[in-house]
Structures are given as C-alpha cells and as structure tokens.
Design a protein around this ligand. Structure first.
Ligand SMILES: C[S@@+](CC[C@H](N)C(=O)[O-])C[C@H]1O[C@@H](n2cnc3c(N)ncnc32)[C@H](O)[C@@H]1O
Length: 327
C-alpha cells in the first residue's frame, strides 16, 4: 500500500527547509524520548514545530495505513453505507480524515478536534493540498478532551492512537461521549500491542453494553475469547518514501504497522462467520488458519480436497469469512 499522492507531496513539502540530517537528528531524539516514556505526555515529547514535522513525517504514513485498513474493514461490513460527515477526535495532522476520504470519497463534512496548536497548523497545511474538497474545507477545533467540547453528531466518528495517551480513568467517560455523538459508526484504533488491545477490549465491552452493534473485527458480540497473554491485532504494510527512509535511517522499502481496532454501529450488519487472526500458514496442499469464530478461537487446516480451498487461498490476516465461505 502507498500513501495517496497528495498526502505524500504535502508531507514532503512540510519538510522543505529542514535539512535531512537535521530531520534525522530530530527523529532520533524523538525515538529516545519515546523510549524514555515521554510519548504519553505530548508537552515533553513534541517540543518544537520541527519536532512535530519530523514526528509526523515518520509516523503519519504508518498511522494512515492502519486507519485505512481499519476503515476499509468497517466499510466491507456495510457496503451500502455512505457517510456524509466525519468527526475525528485527537486528530493530530488529520490522519484518519485522510484515510476516511480515501475510503468514502463522498464525505462532505469533516470536523477535527485536536489539542495541539502546532499539529492543527500542520494539519491545516496538509488539508489545503488535498484533492478531497471535504478535507480542504474541514473545520478544525482546538480543544482538550479533558475540558469542555461540544460537537454535533456525525455519521462517522474516529479516535485513532489517542486512547493510550489519556489517563485510563478518563476512558469510559470519553467513550460514552464519543458514542453519544456517533450518528452511525464509531471506529477506535490503537497500536497493536498488548496494552492497546486491552484498552480496546474494555471499550468493546462498554459499547456493547450501551447497545452498539459490533462491525469489526469481531464476528460476535460475546465476551472476547483472547486469553493467555495473546492479543487481537492486525498488520498493514506501507511503502516508505525516499525521504521517509532517510529520516528513519531505514534500509527496508516498507514498514508493517501493527494495530488493534474496534468498529461499532447503531445498525446491525450482516453476519460474518470468522476473522483471520494471523498470516495464513501456507504449505503445499494445505493452509493453516487461526480464526476468531462464533464458537471462539479456532485453528483450522484447509486442504486442497476441501470445498473451501479456493476461498482459503485468497485469505489474508485481518480478512473476514462470510457464512457461506466457511470450510
Ligand atoms: C499519537 S497522536 C495520533 C494522531 C492521529 N489521530 C493519528 O492517528 O495520526 C495523538 C493525538 O492526540 C492528541 N491528544 C492527546 N491528548 C489529547 C487531549 N487531552 N485532548 C485533545 N487531543 C489530545 C495529541 O495532541 C495528538 O495529536
């Protein structure tokens, strides 16, 4: 997967005037601060506009890819749904809105809420260069989620890579608030780590109790069957651009972003039978699948002789199996 051209160009333009060496130094300092645990306190993590540009250049491609993958899976569950409005909370440079317009080009109205003024400035600069008219005319609001903020309901609401930055004691009230402003569909994304997954497991239970219908990734609304330290997460590969490689000092031409997510809706969607939880293991004549199913976690082996062989060959990590595709 590649970043859309307009976003790639906007990212590259934002780095003009900063020498690649300087960017690499800023990015290395950011990595060190991240490892020291400052990432959850943005005031000490991103200190200058250059920090924000370097951070955005290194992280936005991957978080865009994760948001795209989560929204794509959401769209597959309700193929006739065309949202008109999108609200992105903790928007950063507008990553989830860029992903949403790539999935639903018919979006007309985008609202972004973000605390950090430098992020908003950068996000506005990016959005001004977007092909999407909705992104170009998006409304940005500077607000602290911990304080007062008022927004009308929107068809699609997203919260991407934000929950883990907030004190856990605030999660439940925030999720309740997000659901109250969700006209149709709410998607929450976190890093694909044990912690990200645990936060989402609690969010999922809360939303189900509030009457939300699970769209993805779960094939059911029963208690999450993940156990023994395992965690439900997915992976999206994104190509690195030249400048991205230079900043990261990376050799590989791509990176794999691990993410966890939950997507819920006010309307039930058609049933799915299972979700693929790992890369399918292909061997000559057989494919091993690790699935979350209506009956819990299952390991399944599909052989060439099975009726589901053709479908199994086309499956990838994160895909859903429809009831008639079950082996
Ligand atoms: C890791 S970034 C993710 C940005 C974007 N959603 C993405 O996926 O790329 C987290 C964002 O949440 C914002 N944020 C964190 N705490 C916030 C709060 N209390 N109120 C508003 N925004 C907040 C930060 O300023 C930052 O832009």
């Amino acid at each position: 997967m590649q970043l859309p051209n307009d976003l790639r160009l906007a990212l590259e333009r934002s780095l003009r005037g900063i020498a690649p060496k300087q960017l690499a130094t800023v990015a290395a300092e950011l990595s060190a601060r991240y490892r020291e645990g400052h990432a959850r306190d943005q005031a000490t993590f991103l200190r200058t506009p250059q920090d924000v540009s370097a951070y955005t250049a290194t992280r936005m491609p991957a978080t865009w890819a994760a948001a795209y993958a989560a929204l794509h899976a959401t769209a597959r569950r309700q193929p006739d749904w065309q949202p008109c409005s999108h609200l992105d909370i903790g928007a950063g440079p507008g990553t989830a809105a860029w992903a949403a317009t790539a999935i639903w080009p018919t979006l007309e109205r985008i609202s972004l809420l973000e605390r950090d003024a430098i992020m908003i400035k950068l996000g506005r600069e990016f959005a001004a260069q977007a092909q999407s008219a909705a992104l170009r005319s998006a409304s940005w609001t500077q607000a602290d989620l911990a304080g007062q903020w008022q927004v009308p309901p929107h068809d699609l609401v997203t919260l991407a890579y934000v929950l883990g930055e907030l004190p856990q004691s605030k999660h439940s009230a925030l999720v309740e608030r997000l659901w109250s402003v969700t006209g149709a569909t709410l998607v929450i994304i976190e890093p694909g780590t044990p912690r990200g997954f645990e936060l989402l497991r609690a969010v999922r239970a809360q939303l189900i109790a509030a009457g939300a219908h699970i769209l993805a990734p779960c094939p059911h609304a029963a208690a999450c069957p993940m156990a023994n330290g395992d965690w439900c997460h997915f992976s999206q590969r994104i190509e690195r651009t030249k400048i991205h490689r230079a900043i990261k000092g990376a050799e590989l031409g791509y990176e794999d972003e691990k993410f966890s997510y939950v997507a819920v809706s006010r309307q039930p969607a058609g049933p799915i039978a299972a979700r693929v939880l790992r890369h399918p293991q292909s061997q000559p004549g057989r494919i091993g699948l690790e699935l979350c199913t209506l009956a819990g976690l299952q390991q399944r082996t599909v052989t060439k002789r099975d009726p589901g062989w053709r479908e199994a060959r086309g499956l990838d990590w994160g895909d859903e199996l429809l009831p008639n595709e079950e082996q």
